[in-house]
Design a protein around this ligand. Structure first.
Ligand SMILES: [Zn+2]
Ligand SMILES: [Zn+2]
Length: 172
């Protein structure tokens, strides 16, 4: 069974290719890419200028064309939220997950853009959210990809790899 990535709106080729490669390495599954989805107006909150992540996850989980895939990862170059949080980097359901790229850019934080750092963060968030879909909870190990990122600094402290304990739990 394979993983499908689904870009919403414009997602750069290099980002998609890197995520596909990292997901393949992390989960040992084939990874393919769907055609581009339109930006999810049904999930947009104009007051917050953010997308409600659960609506995107529901859309991915319900799509008939995606049924044959084991897991589905949505990617959006925008900002996501869940009620009660100012923002989230991503969210995962049992089958589908979604990640937001906007806050992974250094320019979002008023800093000069850093391409390498941006790509590294995108890979980390992708593996983290699909790790949840594969049943992993948050990990205590601050270097493990399953460590909870409350801030972008938390993301930068960890890598895109699972710690030994999470690898065991994943059963790879
Ligand atoms: Zn998490
Ligand atoms: Zn871990």
């Amino acid at each position: 069974m394979d993983i499908l990535i689904v870009p919403f709106g414009e997602v750069e080729h290099e980002v998609k290719e890197l995520i596909k490669k990292k997901l393949n390495e992390a989960f040992g599954r084939g990874v393919s890419e769907s055609g581009k989805e339109r930006l999810p107006d049904y999930a947009f909150d104009s007051m917050r200028d953010q997308y409600l992540s659960i609506r995107i996850i529901n859309r991915l989980e319900e799509e008939t064309d995606f049924k044959r895939f084991e897991k589905v990862l949505g990617i959006i170059d925008a900002d996501l939220f869940v009620p009660g949080f100012r923002f989230i980097f991503g969210q995962a359901g049992r089958k589908a997950a979604v990640i937001a790229l906007e806050r992974l850019h250094e320019r979002f934080w008023g800093l000069p853009e850093n391409r390498a750092l941006y790509l590294r963060r995108a890979a980390i968030e992708a593996v983290h959210e699909l790790g949840h879909s594969y049943g992993l909870a948050h990990c205590e190990n601050a270097r493990c990809v399953m460590y909870f990122s409350n801030t972008i600094d938390d993301t930068d402290r960890k890598g895109a790899d699972f710690c030994g304990e999470c690898v065991r739990r994943l059963g790879n």
